[in-house]
Design a protein around this ligand. Structure first.
Ligand code: NIG
Ligand code: FE
Length: 421
């Protein structure tokens, strides 16, 4: 921030800038470009990027001010924008390792949920938790995200499923955004499951979301986005459309959990309502993919869920080739993806979804920023953007996909300050 020393990152072996990507998410071969500067340096002032270029150029410009800067030597290392995680269920209480064991013994995710476990189980523990407990558990997760290079993320409600507890989650996320270095963008997801007491009349719950919860959340300014779990046995495409359209009337931008477990035309709904993103997409139809490409809906892929639920991965390769701008995310949640490691998700993108090392890096930085409407602020290393960076213990961007399963984050810099050393 203001009054702090300028930061000077010097001589990165590869400085991945992703320049020229602020206006719209990258598609097709543009996802492979990266715009790399060798022996690259960055000057950060008042938390914002002031100059980017080859070291000799920056030394010419700032040589005289070198004394007053905090200098970070990145010789031999890879420097990228801070990672952006555009889909998380950050705020909840408890954990579900019991269900993990049930699944290892053959039970399915949906069976567990329909029997009152799954999202319902986390809803019970989240309702019971005090705001202090929710805050503390979520803060611990944020620290783990930061250690894995994430400097901005989205966080959804959806484990309250009633107005009081949905607001409790959103207030907690807002407080965390103020207190923790990671920037957090808020999404209302009252339509995450049909609560147990509405099982016989789901439309009544839809009405509650539409006419009570959405207006209140918007009035309180507690969310930017509105999300719904469009899935067989949860919300139908028709109900999903209704909920997303209702949000739009109150200024909440639509997002959707689409085509995760069964093909259900969620991607088509996303295109129709003009969603910012459609997420999951393991079972997306060809028509759905084309509709998304046409409408410019970002496809947020969450391969952690396929890995952890032992399901078939989304076809990232096909989606990119169809012109869908693809982003990657952890989907951090206690049921289908209990991990804060976005780098692991990127590795799954390469190894299980046919994406290149360059594409997964684009997907976890600038395209992820666009998936939360922050493409102008973060996600690339360009003058005027936030000084958010990862310095990797790696010489180049392919190496971080190749040396898998361990944490290769060297330092993390947020708003021009070193927050992980
Ligand atoms: O994105 N699919 C729906 N919601 C989450 C899982 C939530 C949970 O199991 O607690 C997801 O995978
Ligand atoms: Fe999710």
């Amino acid at each position: 921030g203001k009054n702090s020393k300028p930061l000077f990152i010097r001589k990165a072996n590869q400085l991945v800038t992703l320049k020229g990507s602020s206006d719209a998410p990258l598609t097709r071969e543009k996802m492979n470009e990266l715009s790399i500067i060798e022996e690259g340096s960055v000057w950060v002032e008042d938390g914002k990027i002031a100059a980017v270029g080859p070291d000799e150029e920056l030394i010419e410009k700032y040589g005289e001010k070198l004394e007053e800067a905090h200098v970070v030597d990145a010789t031999g290392r890879l420097v990228t924008p801070g990672l952006v995680d555009p889909h998380t269920h950050l705020v909840f209480a408890g954990s579900r390792e019991n269900e993990f064991n049930m699944r290892l013994n053959g039970a399915s995710y949906m069976e567990i949920m329909n029997a009152g476990g799954g999202i319902h189980s986390t809803t019970r523990s989240t309702r019971e938790a005090s705001p202090e407990v929710l805050y503390k558990e979520s803060f611990g997760r944020l620290d783990k995200f930061l250690l894995h290079g994430v400097t901005a993320m989205e966080a959804k409600s959806g484990y309250g499923l009633d107005l009081e507890n949905e607001l409790k989650q959103l207030y907690t996320a807002k407080e965390l955004n103020n207190d923790h270095p990671i920037d957090i963008v808020l999404t209302f997801m009252g339509a995450h499951a049909i609560p147990m007491n509405f099982k016989e009349n789901p439309d009544e719950f839809v009405d509650l979301v539409v006419s009570e919860m959405i207006p209140k959340v918007a009035e309180l300014g507690l969310a930017e986005f509105n999300d719904v779990f469009c899935e067989k046995g949860v919300f139908t495409p028709e109900q999903s459309e209704k909920i997303l359209e209702a949000g739009k009337k109150f200024g909440l931008l639509p997002k959707i959990h689409a085509d995760e477990i069964e093909p259900y035309k969620g991607a088509e709904v996303a295109a129709k309502v003009g969603a910012v993103s459609a997420d999951h997409l393991l079972k997306v139809s060809d028509a759905g993919m084309e509709a998304m490409a046409e409408a410019g809906v970002v496809g947020v892929l969450l391969p952690g869920t396929a890995f952890f639920l032992m399901a078939e991965f989304a076809n990232g390769r096909k989606m990119i080739d169809a012109g869908v701008p693809v982003a990657l995310s952890t989907d951090r949640n206690p049921g289908s993806s209990p991990t804060e490691s976005l780098p692991l998700i990127m590795q799954l993108g390469c190894l299980n979804m046919g994406m290149t090392p360059a594409e997964v890096l684009t997907a976890a930085t600038i395209n992820a920023a666009h998936a939360i409407k922050r493409g102008n602020e973060i996600g690339s290393i360009e003058v005027g953007k936030k000084g958010d960076f990862v310095i990797w213990d790696a010489p180049n961007y392919s190496y971080i996909q190749y040396h898998y399963g361990v944490n290769l984050i060297g330092s993390v810099i947020k708003d021009g300050k070193v927050v992980v050393e």
